[in-house]
Design a binder for this molecule. Structure first.
Ligand code: PAD
Ligand code: ZN
Length: 361
């Protein structure tokens, strides 16, 4: 089958690889749609550490083609969304209502048994986040898939696999944005506009979009942003002015740079929250003076996967979509074939896309 493989640091291409049948507890999925997320790029450029070669892709939906021994919750023909974190239901975090921190697997490029199903001649090929679904097929852990209704558009379903769940969940589940509150969102790509949509759904009265790109900020308005800042201007000063010098109740960082994290913390009001969604390099450090947090009672909150419980939240976000609360169609700026994946990455890097989606036919 064809797959988008990062062969080494800063190099990736569409190549033919071999795929084993699913083992016990695994599911073979024929991919229908794969969203292109900044985290895929972060694997290529080493921001997120990974072994190479590795099949990219962690945001997707498809049709179950075959199931391994012991799989009963899905069968061939079912439509499923893939979760890039397994949910075993048994580990400390799963039983303490934190399934997004499930420890069933290790982020080592393998499936749960420490091996991989993808090979290129004699060489093992790893998979991103247990999935590696930027490919025609993916063999994934059964505890990473959940069925969805068959009438859902594939592109919308794919987006729910990462960006939408992370962003909307960051607002409504991680931060628990309250009605009438004020919000700033740094970074208005696919995940950032999902935060904006989540804040709108939660009833925020003011949502300030911050991005380097004027187009990205204007685009954010269609998803619920009420204000934008001057491109290249002093975003912190403008957010403070827009909030009567108080700062926002909730500031979200959806980029992963120390400078924007520090800006985000500054923009949170006394007693407010800075929610860190963007993923930076392990060498990236931000600094806050040690007086500021206790004296202002600000909260700095990390956000993994929008605090998802995917069996509950994937269908919930699809219901929001059906009800017209969540605009997923509008987030899909461009679609690509698998062979056009390099173009999809180029378009993301040049800021052309809210989300690019690979359609597998
Ligand atoms: P994207 O590339 O679609 O959007 C990033 C946006 O940030 C773009 O609009 C850029 O213009 C903007 N930007 C970049 N630098 C700056 C800056 N210095 N100041 C202002 N704006 C800037 O990415 P995405 O939305 O797919 O992903 C965003 C981040 O979220 C990225 O770090 C990704 O790895 C992370 C992520 N985290 C999780 C999680 O579970 N925490 C899940 C998915 C993605
Ligand atoms: Zn992602």
């Amino acid at each position: 089958m064809k797959a988008v493989v990062a062969t080494e640091l800063n190099d990736f291409s569409v190549i033919n690889v071999d795929l084993d049948a699913p083992k016990a507890g695994e599911v073979l999925v024929k991919m229908k749609a794969t969203g292109v997320c900044h985290s895929d790029l972060s694997i290529i450029n080493g921001t997120i550490p990974s072994p190479f070669p590795v099949v990219l892709g962690h945001e997707g939906a498809g049709i179950v083609d075959a199931v391994g021994e012991g799989i009963t919750h899905v069968s061939p023909g079912d439509h499923v969304i893939l979760s890039f974190i397994p949910q075993c239901g048994e580990c400390f975090h799963c039983i303490h209502d934190e399934p997004y921190l499930c420890t069933a697997g290790k982020p080592d490029g393998c499936l749960l048994d420490g091996t991989t199903r993808v090979h290129n001649s004699d060489e093992d090929v790893y998979v991103m986040s247990y999935l590696g679904n930027m490919a025609e097929y993916a063999v994934v852990p059964g505890i990473c898939v959940t069925p969805i209704d068959k009438d859902i558009d594939w592109k919308a379903a794919a987006l729910v696999g990462c960006g939408v769940t992370t962003g909307v969940g960051a607002a409504i589940k991680t931060a628990k944005v309250t009605p009438g509150s004020t919000v700033a969102v740094f970074g208005c790509g696919g995940v950032g506009v999902s935060v904006i949509q989540g804040a709108r759904i939660a009833g925020a009265k003011q949502i300030i979009a911050v991005d380097l790109s004027a187009e990205k900020m204007e685009n954010a308005r269609r998803f619920g942003a009420t204000h934008t800042v001057t491109p290249g201007g002093d975003a912190v000063r403008e957010v403070m002015e827009l909030t009567g010098k108080r700062g926002v109740d909730f500031a979200f960082e959806v980029i992963g740079h120390h400078s924007t994290i520090e800006m985000c913390i500054k923009c949170a009001r006394r007693g407010g929250s800075a929610v860190l969604v963007g993923v930076g390099r392990t060498t990236e450090r931000f600094s806050v003076n040690s007086l500021i947090l206790p004296l202002t009672s600000k909260n700095i909150i990390g956000c993994m996967y929008g605090s998802v419980n995917f069996k509950v939240d994937f269908p919930m976000y699809l219901d929001f979509y059906r009800q017209g609360l969540l605009d997923l169609d509008g987030m899909v700026t461009n679609t690509y074939t698998l062979d056009e994946a390099p173009q999809a990455f180029a378009d993301m890097e040049s800021g052309r896309n809210t989300r690019g989606v690979i359609l597998h036919g």
